[in-house]
Each structure stands twice: as C-alpha cells, then as structure tokens.
Design a protein around this ligand. Structure first.
Ligand code: NAD
Length: 348
C-alpha cells in the first residue's frame, strides 16, 4: 500500500511511519515541525530525515499536488496541535489546524480516490462522559477546545463517509506512551514530564492528589492495531486503549524505581496546572475553575472490546516494559539535547 502519513515527525506519526515501512508499505511523510523533531525520524536501521516533506496540512495547493502525484491508497492523518493548554490558549489556531486541516485532507482524498482515510482522534472526546469504560457509540459532546476540535474533525470524517461513501475510520487513542514521547516540550505528556524531572534531579509536581487514574496504551500496540484497521474494509470508530487504568502516583513510583531515583513528587491543587496560562483567567469571561479541575482530575478508561471483536487486537505490552522502553529513549534524548533551545522548564 502507498500511505501518506501526516504529523510524521511527532511521537505517534514517526512510530507509525517506521511500522509501515517495516511492513513493506510505501510511505510518504509530511510534518511542519511545529511540534515534531528530527530525532524522531532516526531509527537504528532507517533515517527518514531526507525524505520527509516539510509542509502544512492546511496548504491546499501542496496537499493536492502530493495527492495527484502519488496516488495514495491510504491516508493516516496524525498531525494536530495536541497540547491541551496550547489549544485552549489559541482556539482559532487549534480549530484551523485540527479541523480545517483535516477537511483539507479529506477533500484531497475525495478528489484523488484515496481508499482509506484514518484519523487520529482521542479519548478526550469522552471528557463529559460519566459511564466507564467508555464505548465508541456513547460520546457526550466535549467542552474544552482540544477535544472539541477532535470531535468536530471526527464529524467531518463521518460526513465524507455518509455523503461520498468514503472509507473513513476514527481511532480514539487513550493516553499513548512509548519511545519518541516528547519529554522536552513546554508541557510534555505526563510520563515524559516525570522522566525529564527525575533525570534532572527535580521533584515532579503532581496536580491534585495524584490518585486520578488514566488508561495508558503503548505506542507499539497502537501501530499494530492501526495496520490491521488499514487492511480492513468499512468505516469505523475504534477505541485504542489498554482498558486498564493506573494512577499518576503509580506511574510516578514505577518511573522512579526504573530510573533508580529516590525523588518524591510534590503536590499542588489541581487548578494550579493552569496558572501558567494567566490569559485564560482574563477577559470578560474568565475560564471556569470547575472545567479546569475536571480536566486535571478526570478518570479515563476506554473499552477495547470493539478493537478485539472486529480486528482481533489485544494490547500486548505491560506498563513496566513500556515505561522501561520510554525511559531508555528519553534518557538518550535528554543526554544529547541538554542545551536544546526549545527546552523551557516551566515555573511549576
Ligand atoms: N499522544 C497521545 O497520548 C495522544 C492521545 C490521544 C490522541 N492523540 C492524537 O494522536 C496524534 C499524534 O499525537 P502525538 O502525541 O504524536 O503528537 P505530536 O505533537 O508528537 O505530533 C503531532 C505532529 O503534528 C505536526 N503538526 C502540527 N500541526 C501541523 C500542521 N499544520 N501541518 C503539518 N504537521 C503539523 C507536529 O509538528 C507534530 O510533529 C494527534 O492527532 C493527537 O491528537 C495523541
């Protein structure tokens, strides 16, 4: 298959590109490097750096030119603005990239006959759900900007399926972890943050009690399922999750043990997480503390029964092995990029 992968210099996109290459698919990669890194493109036996196209998913001329030239069988649309605070702080930009960018790719896929369009959605669309584990057929519309953009983009995928008969699939990823997880960005995903702080000998700041539980899924399991979905026919919405939950405290203890660190975390109230973004509290309508607390302390657990029943997929990687692999990669990056310009340690 000839596969176009967006967001390929990011965490998941780069791992997916490598997986598809190893499975003998032909891949064309695109990223605008707004969040991605060249480090992610280097694998022990392959280097994508000279191949990746530096471009924006919103660039209609570029996207149509690529689709016309390459006649893709599949699109894996992974690119997005993913950090929650960045989306909340710049909602128009988040909507532009996450929604308009997706529509731009759907439209090119329609015109140039792409057989399968896969969209990276998120468990965050279940933000307002209270029944667990969350199942695909039951999603209450979310409220915050990031999940709202993903929910809207999902709806466009369904629109192209309904109106044009296109084969579109929305994969709702739980909290993904594994090698290439970004531990350097301003607000890294939680495991990347824990590794970075422990590496530098600092106490990680945990918001709330640390007892909030999340569903973590390993990136290698995610790419396995993605390949099965690409080979299958039919539109779908699929949770990609371990179905198991771990508290942030449990993750902290495990990470510290595996890194040989005796450092303990410090705790701050849940909303403190957002105090680094004072603009959200300004203007005529300051953000609701309830919404912020809810996000920090939320519980996530997604049913993966559908992925098993339809694709025969079950996650294979246990948390300890996955965290160990993540640490190995992150420590290598932290050792080689101590002075990287974009490392801005937040005043926690
Ligand atoms: N990591 C997770 O836990 C998780 C969970 C749920 C959903 N997701 C979804 O999976 C996808 C990948 O997440 P990730 O963790 O790899 O994020 P990431 O930030 O590492 O990767 C996203 C990539 O998209 C690129 N990008 C952003 N805007 C772009 C644009 N306009 N044009 C071209 N490229 C652009 C970035 O440079 C980056 O390399 C996202 O769509 C995200 O919403 C991730």
């Amino acid at each position: 298959m000839k596969i176009f992968i967006t967001g390929a210099a990011g965490f998941i996109g780069s791992q997916l590109a490598y997986k598809m290459l190893k499975s003998a698919h032909e891949v064309l990669l695109l990223d605008n490097f707004s969040y991605g890194h060249e480090d992610n493109l280097i694998f022990p036996d392959y280097d994508f750096r000279s191949e990746i196209i530096r471009g924006d998913i919103r660039d209609t001329d570029l996207i149509r030119k690529l689709f016309k030239e390459h006649n893709f069988d599949c699109v894996c649309h992974i690119a997005a603005i993913t950090p929650l605070p960045d989306c909340q702080m710049n909602p128009a930009q988040a909507a532009d990239v996450n929604v308009t960018g997706t529509v731009n790719l759907l439209e090119a896929s329609r015109i140039y006959g792409v057989k399968k369009f896969l969209f990276a959605s998120t468990s965050a669309v279940y933000e307002n759900n209270t029944d667990f584990p969350s199942v695909e057929s039951n999603v209450i519309p979310p409220s915050l900007v990031y999940p709202s953009t993903k929910y809207a983009a999902e709806q466009f995928c369904r629109s192209y399926a309904d109106v044009y008969g296109m084969d579109t699939v929305c994969l709702r990823f739980a909290n993904v972890y594994g090698p290439h997880l970004d531990c350097l960005r301003t607000q890294p995903p939680v495991l990347g943050y824990l590794i970075r702080e422990l590496f530098h000998g600092r106490s990680p700041v945990l918001h709330g009690t640390g007892e909030q539980r999340r569903d973590f899924v390993y990136v290698g399991d995610l790419t396995d399922l993605t390949e099965s979905v690409l080979k299958a026919n039919g539109c779908d919405t699929v949770n990609v999750s371990s179905g198991k939950t771990y508290s942030i405290n449990e993750l902290m203890t495990l990470t510290a043990r595996l890194m040989g660190s005796a450092i303990k975390p410090v705790y701050r109230e849940a909303a403190h997480f957002w105090h680094s973004y004072p603009e959200l509290y300004q203007g005529s309508y300051p953000i609701s503390e309830d919404a912020l607390n809810g996000e920090v302390t939320k519980f996530t657990c997604l049913s993966n029964s559908h992925a098993f029943e339809k694709y025969g997929w079950k996650p294979q990687t246990d948390l300890e092995t996955g965290v160990k692999n993540t640490i190995e990669f992150s420590v290598r990056i932290l050792n080689s990029t101590k002075d990287r310009d974009n490392v801005k340690i937040l005043e926690q």
